[in-house]
Design a protein around this ligand. Structure first.
Ligand SMILES: [Zn+2]
Length: 285
């Protein structure tokens, strides 16, 4: 299967970068600020065995820890970052946001037990602290405040979206860093699309997905023969807009993780038995 021939990969604002066997996505608009390093890994170029083949970056699955550490080294070497300094969080699908301190550097680099406790969003204005969050379908959201020089990295799945974690993260940036959202640049990297995120049991669908229709013209979810499909990307895009970021400053990569087994792990497609990609975001000095 040739992903290179898939024209959707050549979304103008994103690039699939290749460094030997390692391939990762980069948002050009974030790169052009020269303020940050940004990347979203694919499953390619690592050392893990099936079903974690091959660049699984999470310790929180049944992969071997030494393979994960090696994979972290591979992707972070490609970005010229010391893998021992990356900060990860125990991701729990809630709405806690952690403001990082210098001493957090390296937390979770070698095991999940010393990662930042139960946080699905990390924010910092300290340069050279690489943020690393793991994903297999959930939405990776990057926010850069180029004026106050602060960043946020968010992991927003269905629950996080319903809790409006992305919107709350922007509020937190305003409070802590005096961020003006109108000067922010944001990017949404590959996640599961509405094409592959269908919920069969209508009674299990939170009002969030239904109420938004009342406030905005376009629905976040749509009814079909086999249930209701939810658009996590659109919902998070809207939260960025609601928080004050201008549409022209938000870049969305619409590749669906479930549709591209050659590139991505997908929790839904692989029925939970799979690895994780990582989003990596760091302020430069
Ligand atoms: Zn899909």
């Amino acid at each position: 299967m040739s992903y290179i021939e898939n024209s959707a990969l050549f979304l103008p604002k994103f690039e699939l970068k290749e460094l030997g066997p390692v391939k990762y996505f980069n948002c050009r608009e974030l790169d052009n600020t020269n303020l940050v390093v940004n990347a979203f890994s694919t499953r390619l170029g690592g050392v893990s065995k099936s079903p974690f083949n091959s660049l699984n970056l999470s310790y929180n699955v049944d992969d071997e820890e030494n393979c994960v550490a090696e994979n972290r080294k591979i992707i972070l070497d490609a970005l010229n970052i010391d893998y021992r300094t990356a900060v990860t969080a125990q991701q729990v699908h809630k709405d806690k946001i952690t403001v990082l301190k210098e001493e957090d550097k390296g937390k979770g680099a070698f095991t999940d037990s010393d990662a930042i406790k139960e946080s699905d969003a990390l924010i910092t204005n300290i340069p050279e602290i690489p943020l690393l969050m793991c994903y297999a379908d959930c939405v990776p959201i990057f926010i850069l405040d180029p004026v106050k020089k602060a960043i946020a990295l968010i992991h927003s799945g269905r629950k996080g979206t319903e809790l409006e974690l992305t919107l709350k993260t922007l509020f937190k940036m305003k409070k802590i860093f005096k961020t003006n959202p109108r000067s922010c640049v944001a990017a949404i990297f590959p996640s599961i699309g509405p094409c592959c995120y269908n919920i069969k049991e209508e009674n299990k669908i939170d009002d969030y997905w239904l109420n938004e229709i009342k406030y905005n013209g376009e629905p976040l979810s749509s009814q079909n023969k086999s249930g209701r499909s939810l658009d996590l990307r659109k919902a998070n895009y809207r939260q960025l807009i609601k928080g004050g970021i201008e549409g022209k400053n938000i870049f969305v990569n619409e590749l669906c993780t479930a549709d591209h087994p050659e590139l991505f792990f997908s929790y839904r497609r692989d029925k939970g038995n799979t690895g994780r990609m990582a989003a990596i975001f760091m302020l430069r000095k």
